[in-house]
Design a protein around this ligand. Structure first.
Ligand code: FAD
Length: 372
């Protein structure tokens, strides 16, 4: 079969590789000037810079972990985030260290009692929005200092107007454990993520073309290939016929500094209202301070509204948008049978990397989908 994969991100790369291994001829087109989509990393002074924001691989899925480990050696990086609220420093995710820093409490019983006392402002009712959900989980002090403004900056909305589910899975621990993720497998690929995608695409029957936008020759592509795997925006694919899905965008400001150590941690979140960015990443600390001596690279992350022409980083999965997405999905099933939509933008879903790999592996195994 002749297959076109639109997008050389992780979803495109895993599906291209697996289909090539099954003997199909696979062409991959990518509109950016590089492969790897948002997991792209580049070497600056021996430091792997995550061009599209901090990417930490974490998973509970052993099969996915084994799969990705074929393409790189992972270090034992553990994500331990620090929050800076007007110069006060707190450990994230919320755990006994945070409760001690906030209230001086030293035992889980004391921390739970403090949260219960502050939760009383809700009057026992079920949380109806993100603000109430956060107060119910961690109390009013932590909400005010660590959740409220950060969330408002991230989503461009008052937390009162955001659904509770966004933070329902937020880790809250009554142990002294700063590990951001609960997953048993976690790390950063030594030498960066780009090599993973490079190796995936390194097959004799895969051909990659950069600087190539699907929409420039859409009809020709659809005529020339037996199947198209499309990892771009599903609403754009259908010319926004039912309206635009909503996304959140980001602006990254990256600087190389002539010093060894700027902030002493890979990720520091700024949780006050006055600081316009949400976090600063110091890339060398994903690989324990590797790179040239006397150099460091930092990136400030500014959330932005999405509009046509800027990158759509996060789908905004509220009820209204999810409903609109199902319209596109149903329309695709009826009208675009040779096109398979995949990945973060094709399925309009906030996928982590492990979920993207899992979904692509599942797709290529679907019986009859890739047979003439
Ligand atoms: P993408 O990486 O977006 O790839 C899609 C590709 O398609 C892009 O390269 C795009 O240019 C191309 N494309 C789109 N339209 C067209 C077109 N018309 N023609 C040609 N090419 C096109 N996940 C984690 O597991 N851990 C993390 O710590 C983490 N942090 C993240 C931080 C940020 C800021 C963001 C935005 C995401 C993060 N993720 C993280 C999620 C991770 O980036 C995604 O799971 C993964 O990159 C999705 O892969 P994809 O192939 O679906 O999409």
């Amino acid at each position: 079969m002749k297959i076109l994969v639109v997008g050389a991100g992780l979803f495109g790369a895993v599906s291209a590789r697996e289909l090539a291994l099954k003997g199909h001829q696979v062409d991959v087109i990518e509109r950016r000037d590089h492969i790897a989509g948002n997991i792209y990393t580049e070497n600056v002074h021996g430091i792997q810079v995550h061009r599209y924001g901090a990417h930490i691989f974490h998973t509970s899925n052993k099969a996915v972990w084994d799969y990705v480990n074929q393409f790189a050696t992972f270090n034992r990086y553990t994500n331990e985030v620090v929050a800076n609220y007007k110069g006060e420093l707190y450990s994230l995710p919320f755990n006994m260290n945070t409760f001690y820093q906030m209230w001086g409490v030293t035992t889980p019983d004391e921390a739970q009692a403090k949260i219960a006392e502050q939760r009383a402002v809700l009057g026992g009712k079920q949380p109806a929005n993100l603000e109430e959900q956060a107060i119910s989980l961690v109390g009013t002090d932590i909400y005010e200092k660590l959740v409220k403004h950060y969330t408002a900056k991230q989503w461009g909305r008052d937390p009162k107007d955001l659904p509770a589910f966004i933070i329902r899975r937020l880790p809250v621990r009554f142990t002294f454990d700063n590990n951001y993720f609960n997953d048993p497998y976690q790390g950063i690929p030594i030498g960066g993520y780009t090599q993973i995608v490079e190796k995936m695409l390194d097959q004799p029957n895969i051909h990659v073309k950069l600087h190539t936008d699907f929409f420039a020759k859409r009809d020709q592509y659809l005529a020339d290939y037996d199947k198209v795997i499309f990892t771009g925006m599903i609403d754009q694919f259908f010319d926004y016929r039912f309206g635009e899905l909503e996304y959140r965008s980001l602006r990254f400001e990256t600087e190389t500094l002539a010093k060894d150590n700027y902030q002493g941690n890979a990720v520091i979140n700024y949780t006050d209202a006055a600081t316009p960015y949400t976090r600063i990443i110091e890339h060398k600390f994903f690989e324990f301070g590797s790179g040239e001596k006397g150099q460091t690279v930092i990136t400030r992350e500014y959330p932005q509204p999405w509009h046509k022409g800027v990158e759509p980083y996060y789908p905004v999965n509220n009820q209204e948008n999810n409903h609109l997405f199902t319209k596109y999905r149903d329309y695709a099933r009826a009208n675009a049978q040779n096109v398979v939509f995949g990945g973060r933008l094709g399925l309009y879903r906030y996928y982590n990397m492990d979920q993207v790999i899992g979904a692509a592996l599942e797709l290529v195994q679907k019986p009859n989908l890739f047979e003439k």
